[in-house]
Structure formats: C-alpha cells, structure tokens
Design a protein around this ligand. Structure first.
Ligand code: AMP
Ligand code: MN
Ligand code: MN
Ligand code: MN
Length: 291
C-alpha cells in the first residue's frame, strides 16, 4: 500500500510516457482492466490512468495490476455530459474513488442507459433493422454500461457498415435514426463531483466536438469558472492540427495539458496505449496537479 506522501514523491519524478485516457470491458473497451494495464506497461507507459465511461468498477484491479507491472497509477473516469445539447466527455483524474458525491452521481448517470438502449433498438427497428438491442447486448460486458459502441460493433457484424465510424456517421449520432438522447450530467455537476472527490477535471478530446470556435471558447470559459483545470491536447482522436490548436487554447486559458490514447481495443483503436506524441514541451502536464 502506498501512502499519499510517498505517492506524491513518486509522481513528482517526471514520467517518460503517461497515458491518461483508455477503456476496459467495465465500459465499452474490449479487454478486461488487468489486460489493459499489462498492455500499457508492455508499451512502455510509466504513469497510467484507466478512464472507463461513468463507472469506477475497474479501478482496484487496474491499480493492483499496474503497480505489479511497475507503473504508477492514477484513478480515472470519463463522465458523459451534455452541454448546449451536445454530448461532451469530461475526464476526472486522481480522485478518491469512494467519495459519495462522485459514486452517487455516476450511479444515477448509469441508470438510464438500459432504457435508452431499448429505445435505440426500437428506433432502428422502425427504419427496418430489427433485433439490434438484443444483438448489441451480446457485446455488452457490464450490464450497467451499455454504450453506442456496443451497438456499433453489432451493426458492423451484420454488415450495416464496414467500420464503426461509418455506423456512427449514418445511424448513431445526433440527427441520425438510431440516436437516442439521454439525460446526461451537466457540466457543473460533473466538475463538482470530480473536485469534491479531490480530483482534477479535464476536457476529453476537444477536437471531436462539433462546435464553432465561439462556442468552444464559451464552453472553456464555463469549464474554467466551474473549477476545471486541464484539457487533452494530445489524444488518439486528435490530428496534428488539433494538437497545435488545443495547445494554444491551453496556454490561453492557463490549463494544464493531458495526453491520452482513448484506447478501446487492439483491432479497433488506431492509437495503442502510450503510442502517441509527447505534449508540446512548454505546456504544463496535468500529472503535476495530481498528488
Ligand atoms: P455513449 O456513451 O453510449 O453515448 O457512446 C459513446 C461511445 O461511442 C464513445 O465512448 C466511443 O467509444 C464510441 N464512439 C462515439 N463516436 C464514435 C465514432 N465516430 N467512431 C467510433 N466510435 C465512436
Ligand atoms: Mn467509448
Ligand atoms: Mn470520449
Ligand atoms: Mn474515451
């Protein structure tokens, strides 16, 4: 067991390769948490967070396996929120995983996913693709955490599209026939749960959100006012242009910068654990905020 003073000393040693965004089978990743940990270590990651969607169930085994493999571990989660009618993700890092504000908030957030999944199945049946709810359930590994990714895997398996990205583009994004909204958390709620639990709130993959430059600034203003402190700059979802753009925004707002592969599985993710560019050197890496 590492006490917090010792953990602080450890984390103060600059990591060579940190990866603070990835998923296990506790949400919509393909590998169990221990396998994700071993794969991260094998890829040379030395400071690592598991950030499953809306669920902390993988953290204990991830920590244990990570430390046995010689990595330093940071608790993580990726919280699904809605801002201005857009689905957005906020990563939380380095929190007390037993804090009731966080665990209670996440439990409430998960509870509507099953009903939403049923409605997605009905919506797809209405356009002539029956049995998708049942099919998607065959891909679900945590019954409390059914995600659009499980639907996309099933729809690829029956030949609706060749890749998951095609399924999302035509069926599973806002305005498309299989998209069903959900009562996600608000920005204020998600940031409050993370900070109440002593963690750091981070904007996940900002390059993925379809918002204007003005809306992005409004969003980041709000995020900062609420206590958000960091933004993903290097991400498996970011192009080199995104990295430059969000590095500029990080400097402008005084945010710390995070780096995360968003790995979901070996055949599915373009970017493997730890295999992404380093942060631009002048940025403040987010691990400095975590003790
Ligand atoms: P949900 O939390 O059910 O809304 O599902 C969101 C998940 O779907 C994300 O975490 C990704 O794993 C996946 N996803 C969203 N958009 C895409 C996309 N364009 N291509 C592949 N996977 C996606
Ligand atoms: Mn996902
Ligand atoms: Mn995400
Ligand atoms: Mn993710």
């Amino acid at each position: 067991m590492i006490n917090s003073a010792f953990a602080f000393v450890l984390i103060s040693v600059n990591p060579a390769n940190f990866d603070f965004h990835c998923h296990s089978s506790v949400s919509d990743g393909l590998l169990p948490p221990a396998e994700v940990a071993r794969r991260a270590a094998a890829n040379g990651v030395d400071l690592w967070a598991l950030t499953d969607h809306d669920d902390l169930g993988g953290l204990d085994i991830a920590r244990e396996t990570a430390e046995a493999a010689g990595m330093r571990f940071v608790s993580g989660v990726e919280i699904s929120i809605e801002w201005n009618n857009l689905p957005i993700h906020i990563v939380g890092l380095g929190f007390d995983q037993h804090h009731p504000d966080l665990t209670g908030g996440l439990a409430a957030l998960r509870s509507g996913r099953l009903e939403r999944a049923r409605r997605m199945g009905e919506a797809l049946a209405a356009i002539g693709i029956p049995g998708v709810f049942e099919g998607a359930m065959g891909y679900v590994t945590n019954p409390n955490l059914i995600s659009r990714a499980h639907f996309a895997r099933y729809l690829v398996s029956i030949g609706i599209a060749r890749e998951m990205s095609g399924v999302f583009q035509h069926y599973l994004t806002p305005g498309k026939p299989g998209y069903v909204d959900h009562r996600w958390a608000g920005l204020a709620e998600a940031v409050a749960w993370i900070t109440a639990a002593g963690g750091v709130a981070v904007v996940a993959h900002p390059g993925r959100y379809k918002m204007s430059g003005g809306d992005m600034r409004k969003f980041l203003d709000e995020f900062k006012d609420l206590g958000g402190r960091a933004i993903e700059v290097t991400s498996g979802s970011h192009s080199p242009d995104h990295v430059l753009h969000f590095a500029r925004l990080a400097r402008h707002y005084g945010f710390h910068a995070s780096r995360g592969s968003d790995f979901h599985g070996p055949e599915e993710s373009y970017v493997d654990l730890g295999r992404l560019p380093q942060l631009p050197q002048d940025l403040k890496p987010v691990w400095r905020l975590i003790d």
